[in-house]
Design a protein around this ligand. Structure first.
Ligand code: GLC
Ligand code: CA
Length: 562
């Protein structure tokens, strides 16, 4: 067992990743937009936090219909973010500090302004025609009934050749045709070019969606008349074949961290995508735990049920054990802030619940991802006006639902405050000066008004801050094999307010107890932790007493080791 464990060790299993959304991280030149030099300025901050890897959301040339997830040149840097020299300087400065850089790879689609698409739409005979997915209309209508992720049909009619092209996201994000071997070759060549530059891995955007079922059949009709494309798009017929090819052609030649964003992935599929022996990716981002409060579609204010959350996360922990590797996340640029979502962002409980949530996630098996500002307990944004919104998803959904009278303005804004992606995209709060120290200019999106209370400068100076708590969690993971490799077991599965689990590695055992409520909760300490000299590894309260009858205070988290 011990032997087997050692041969299964990898740096990316022991690493903690920090996601940067460059537009909102740090502006270095006063144009209101975060940039590469801003990131370089803040590398010492990240070093102090203790993270090992940065995942950089897209920095490539882009017309920014979807903030860089619509790429017009994979080998150029977005003007607003700087130059390739700035990139090289940043990469070098990160490496000097022992921090690796993982790039976002967005290859399910390109921008419609990418030269491949500009060519492709010119004529049916164009050599780039088959780089994309073109179809004839059906009875003067779109080729099928699919609804795009950003509202409206997935098909755009193109006058020039009188055909439709497929776009699962915005119409400025045409889907690449992965069934075309030339497309795959081009993508692999581009990836290799970045690897040659010395980058350390890829986060692969909606990679589970690159292979579509042939025939592109209609999806089950939803209330709004559109069809659901997921069964024909997620984990499609050739996705594993294409990823194995990518692995052979590029990934296997370098020492990389690879993580696939995989909408619709199940644990069974994940064991293939991220299996220890399947030669595809290192790990996937799954969505099951993020979708528990989205059961009736995205736009609502439903809350996550803790018993269901435990069930889902425990399933991922136990079903991948020994087979594949998990990624662990609460937040990213597409999700609202976790402290507002599953914690309590009131002044009284904000820090306690942010630390509790962090404990719950960081003690699990898998590679943890921290999204910028999460380490400060940044909260959702009090958006009230449509004009404050920047995200194409929220803007399109607003038009769809409010303009057509399905929801009223107040309700939609409440849902956006709960679920909208812009919650994660307000600028990082560095200090209590103007615009939270993010920019000396006019920020591209408003700063959260709570920056005077929540900011990095204040937290770095205060020992019991959320920042220092994350720092400690990261350090513990680096020190203790059991946190990285230990086996997970859920306890008290049906308790409505406590999330309790153990980790076991050889003789060592760890107990993680998290109170997700603002009431006291009582719990009997499991036998293996009773009557022993237990050590408290970390806790978000000061005066802790470990006894047989454990009383957990509001949002208390405690990790003990026997
Ligand atoms: C992924 C990205 C999201 C983007 C979409 C289309 O889900 O994380 O931000 O809008 O793909 O590229
Ligand atoms: Ca700038």
């Amino acid at each position: 067992m011990e032997m087997e464990k050692d041969s299964m060790k990898s740096w990316w299993k022991e690493a903690v990743v920090y996601q940067i959304y460059p537009r909102s991280f740090k502006d270095s030149n006063g144009d209101g937009i975060g940039d590469l030099n801003g990131i370089t300025e803040k590398l010492d901050y990240l070093k102090e936090l203790g993270i090992d890897v940065i995942w950089l959301s897209p920095v490539y040339e882009s017309p920014n219909d979807d903030n860089g997830y619509d790429i017009s040149n994979y080998q150029g840097i977005m003007k607003e973010f700087g130059t390739m020299d700035d990139f090289d300087r940043m990469l070098h400065a990160a490496h000097e500090r022992g921090i690796r850089i993982v790039m976002d790879l967005v290859v399910n689609h390109t921008s419609d302004e990418h030269s491949w698409f500009v060519e492709s739409r010119k004529s049916k005979e164009n050599p780039y025609r088959d780089y994309y997915i073109w179809r004839e209309g059906k009875d003067g209508q779109a080729p099928n009934n699919w609804e795009s992720c950003f509202s409206g049909p997935t098909w755009e009619y193109d006058e020039t050749t009188k055909m439709y092209y497929l776009h699962l996201f915005s119409k400025k994000q045409p889907d690449l045709n992965w069934d075309n071997p030339v497309v795959r070759k081009e993508v692999f060549r581009m990836m290799d070019w970045w690897c040659q530059k010395g980058i350390d891995g890829f986060r692969m955007d909606v990679i589970s969606m690159i292979s579509k079922v042939s025939g592109l059949p209609d999806g089950a009709q939803q209330e709004n008349g559109y069809g659901d494309f997921s069964p024909f798009v997620c984990n499609g017929p050739h996705v594993h074949e294409y990823l194995q090819e990518m692995n052979r052609e590029v990934l296997s030649k370098y020492d990389l961290l690879t993580v696939g964003e995989c909408p619709g992935v199940t644990t069974k599929e994940a064991a293939q995508y991220a299996g220890f022996h399947t030669r595809e990716l290192n790990m996937v981002f799954q969505f099951e735990h993020m979708n528990l409060d989205n059961k009736n579609g995205k736009w609502n204010d439903a809350k996550t049920d803790l018993v269901e959350l435990k069930e889902v996360l425990s399933k991922w922990q136990t079903e991948l054990m020994g087979k594949a590797w998990n990624s662990l996340y609460w937040c990213n640029h597409d999700q609202p802030r976790i402290v507002s979502r599953m914690g309590d962002d009131s002044e009284k409980y904000r820090e306690l619940s942010a630390k509790m949530l962090a404990t719950c996630l960081h003690m699990m098996q898998g590679t943890p991802y921290v999204y910028q500002g999460e380490e400060l307990g940044m909260t959702n944004m009090p958006f009230h006006s449509f004009y404050e919104l920047r995200d194409i998803e929220s803007i399109n959904a607003y038009h769809d639902l409010v303009d057509d009278g399905i929801l009223d303005h107040e309700k939609m804004m409440r849902y956006i405050r709960c679920k909208g992606r812009d919650n994660a995209r307000t600028p990082v709060q560095w200090d209590d000066s103007d615009n939270a120290g993010f920019t000396t200019g006019e920020p591209w999106i408003d700063v959260n008004p709570n920056f005077k209370e929540i900011n990095a400068k204040e937290q770095m100076a205060r020992e019991d801050s959320v920042f220092h708590y994350y720092q400690k969690l990261i350090k513990l993971r680096h020190e203790k094999d059991i946190i990285v490799y230990g086996e997970y077991k859920l306890l008290f599965a049906n308790h409505p307010s406590l999330y309790v689990y153990s980790r076991t590695l050889g003789e060592e055992k760890l107990l993680v107890v998290c109170n997700f409520s603002k009431e006291n909760q009582t719990m009997e300490l499991p036998d293996d932790f009773q009557g022993k000299d237990v050590q408290v590894l970390i806790s978000n309260y000061k005066d802790i007493e470990v006894r047989k009858e454990l009383i957990l205070r509001p949002y208390e988290a405690i990790v003990i080791m026997n």
